[in-house]
Design a protein around this ligand. Structure first.
Ligand SMILES: *Cc1c(COP(=O)(O)O)cnc(C)c1O
Length: 428
C-alpha cells in the first residue's frame, strides 16, 4: 500500500500490512464474514467522511447538504427496490443498533417480543441476558425441535399465551429457510407485528434466491449490510406502510411503522449518520443488481450444499442434516470433540470458523458442541465446486490430526498455497 503512513505511522502501517497478509493467506469460513469490492472499499474513504448530516434528506439540521441528500436518496431508492419495501432507513450504524432502534420504535418498555432462543440460533440482540435491552423489553423465546427445525406448535402456544407485541423471525445460526408463512399465520391471531432479522441471509433475499419476508406479510425487515451482502458495515431497516388493528384503540395502534423507525434511529438512538458508509452502501446496492452478484449468491448456496454433503460423507453429523442457506453447523455432541477444539484446530491450519451452540447443547457455551462454517467469503474469492470439495477435505484432515502438530503444519502450508490462487479483493 502506498500511503503516507509508511513515514508518519509505521506501527499502524505494519499492522495493516499484517492483516492484509493474514486475510490473503488464510481461508475465511466464518459465516458472517465477507469481502467488499474494491470500488466499495474506495468510496468509504471519500470526502463524505467529513460531513455532518443529522436528519434525513430534505430535513437536515446543518447546511451544505446538496450532495449528501443526493446519495442518501439514491441509497434509499435502491434499497426499497431491491428488497420490495415501501420504506428504507439506511442510517443505522450496525445490526445491533438497527434492532434496538426497531424495538424502541414499536414497543414500550415492558412489552413482550417473541424471538428465537439464542442457544437454538437466535442473535445476542434478540434478548440475551447480557444486553441492556433484555431489561427494557420482555423477551420470550421459542426453540427448535430435536430435528433442529423451528417448533411452530410452540411458537403458536407462546403467542396465544403471551400476546406478544412483536414476533421476530431471524437467526445467526440456523441452516434452513424460514417458513415466514407460518409465522404470519400465527401473528394474525394476536395482531403481532412481524419483524424479520435477515442479517445473515440478506444477499440471498436481495437476489430472490431465498424467500423475501415481505412476500408473506411481514411488516419490517432488518439486514446487516456486511455479511452475505458483502457491503460496508451497517444495516438497512426496511418496512411496509401501516398495520391497523380494529380491535385496539387508535392510540395503541402502530399507525405508521416507517415514521416510527426513522424517529427511533434519529434522534432517539443516534446522532449524525456515517455518510461515507452510506455512499458506499449506495454503490454496493447498485452492484447487487448485477449478474455477477447474482452468480456469487447462487454459487455460495451451491458450495454450502456441497460442503454439507461432503462432510456427511466423511461421517459428520450436521444440525438439521444439511443446509438451505450459506452455512453448515457440525454437531460434535456425540463425539470426543467439541466446537471449541475444532475451531482451535482449524485455526492452526489457517482456516477461520466459529464455535456455535447446538439446540439443547449438553456442553457449556464456552465449549459448545457445534461448529458453524459458512461459504460466502470464499465464494467471493472465486471458489467453486471442485475447490469446495478440497475445503471439506482440509477440514476433515485437520480434525483427524487434532494432536499431530507436524501434520497440521503441513496442512497449513497447503492451505496457504490454495489461498494464493484466490486473492482477496483490495484497493492496493
Ligand atoms: C450479525 C447480526 C446482528 C448484529 O449485527 P452487528 O452489525 O454485528 O451489530 C443482528 N442480528 C443478527 C441475526 C445477526 O446475525
Amino acid at each position: 500500500m502506498s500511503t503516507p503512513l509508511s513515514t508518519t505511522d509505521p506501527e499502524i502501517r505494519t499492522a495493516i500490512e499484517n492483516e492484509q497478509r493474514r486475510q490473503s493467506e488464510g481461508m475465511e469460513l466464518i459465516a458472517s464474514e465477507n469481502y467488499q469490492s474494491p470500488a466499495v472499499l474506495a468510496v468509504q474513504s471519500s470526502v463524505f467522511a467529513n460531513k455532518y448530516s443529522e436528519g434525513f434528506p430534505g430535513k437536515r439540521y446543518y447546511g451544505g447538504q446538496e450532495y449528501t441528500d443526493t446519495i442518501e436518496t439514491l441509497a434509499i431508492q435502491r434499497a426499497k427496490q431491491l428488497f420490495k419495501s415501501d420504506h428504507a432507513n439506511v442510517q443505522a450504524l450496525s445490526g445491533a443498533a438497527a434492532n434496538l432502534a426497531f424495538y424502541s420504535a414499536v414497543m414500550q418498555p415492558g412489552d413482550t417480543i417473541l424471538g428465537m432462543d439464542l442457544t437454538h440460533g437466535g442473535h445476542l440482540t434478540h434478548g440475551a441476558p447480557v444486553t441492556f435491552f433484555s431489561k427494557v423489553f420482555n423477551f420470550q423465546r421459542y426453540k427448535t425441535l430435536p430435528n433442529g427445525k423451528i417448533d411452530f406448535a410452540q411458537v403458536r402456544d407462546l403467542a396465544r399465551e403471551l400476546n406478544p407485541k412483536v414476533i421476530l423471525a431471524g437467526f445467526s445460526a440456523y441452516p434452513r429457510e424460514l417458513e415466514y408463512d407460518k409465522f404470519a399465520e400465527i401473528a394474525k391471531e394476536s395482531w403481532a407485528i412481524l419483524y424479520a432479522d435477515i442479517s445473515h441471509i440478506g444477499g440471498f433475499v436481495a437476489t430472490g434466491i431465498l424467500k423475501n419476508p415481505f412476500d408473506y406479510g411481514f411488516h419490517a425487515v432488518m439486514t446487516t449490510t456486511h455479511k452475505s451482502l458483502r457491503w460496508p458495515r451497517g444495516a438497512l431497516l426496511l418496512s411496509k406502510g401501516t398495520v391497523s388493528n380494529p380491535l385496539k384503540k387508535p392510540e395503541d395502534t402502530i399507525e405508521h411503522i416507517p415514521t416510527r423507525i426513522d424517529r427511533a434511529v434519529f434522534p432517539w438512538m443516534q446522532g449524525g449518520p456515517h455518510m461515507n458508509t452510506i455512499v458506499a452502501i449506495a454503490v454496493a446496492l447498485k452492484e447487487a443488481q448485477t449478474s455477477s452478484f447474482f452468480d456469487y449468491a447462487q454459487q455460495t448456496l451451491v458450495n454450502a450444499k456441497l460442503l454439507a454433503s461432503e462432510l456427511l460423507a466423511y461421517g459428520y453429523t450436521l444440525v438439521t442434516g444439511g443446509t438451505d442457506n450459506h452455512m453448515v453447523i457440525v454437531d460434535f455432541s456425540w463425539t470426543q470433540r467439541n466446537g471449541a477444539i475444532a475451531e482451535r484446530t482449524l485455526d492452526k491450519i489457517g482456516i477461520s470458523t466459529s464455535k456455535s451452540t447446538i439446540p439443547d447443547d449438553p456442553n457449556p457455551p464456552f465449549r459448545p458442541s457445534g461448529l458453524r462454517i459458512g461459504m460466502p467469503a470464499m465464494t467471493t474469492r472465486g471458489v467453486k465446486e471442485s475447490w469446495t470439495k478440497k475445503i471439506a477435505s482440509f477440514i476433515h484432515q485437520a480434525l483427524l490430526a487434532t494432536n499431530d502438530e507436524e501434520k497440521l503444519a503441513q496442512l497449513r502450508e497447503e492451505v496457504k498455497e490454495f489461498c494464493g490462487s484466490y486473492p482477496v479483493p483490495s484497493i492496493r
